[in-house]
Write a protein that binds this ligand. Structure first.
Ligand SMILES: [Zn+2]
Length: 89
């Protein structure tokens, strides 16, 4: 999981884990090491699918199951997002 934070331009640490988690395709970040723009591709938007599915199905579940669905949907979203490598923007 460490190399998900590596800058594709300089090979140094591109950004913090928190910054990486809130990175969106339309809003690239700046590499902490070299200052170049780095981000994720637009296909990374697919990581929203488990989160949105959990939101959708939560209305049909009782509160405990809805909470669990939301928790797992959010966790799956972050795991999938982190699996997309950083690239230069
Ligand atoms: Zn860099």
């Amino acid at each position: 999981m460490e190399n998900t934070l590596v800058c594709p331009s300089c090979g140094g640490k591109g950004m913090s884990l928190f910054r990486r988690l809130i990175l969106s395709p339309g809003a690239p970040g700046i590499c902490q090491t070299c200052g170049k723009k780095i981000g994720i591709s637009y296909t990374a938007i697919l990581c929203l699918v488990p989160f949105l599915a959990a939101l959708y199905f939560a209305q049909y579940l009782n509160s405990t199951l809805a909470f669990l669905a939301g928790t797992f949907g959010t966790a799956a979203m972050f795991v999938i997002c982190l699996s997309f490598p950083l690239k230069e923007k």
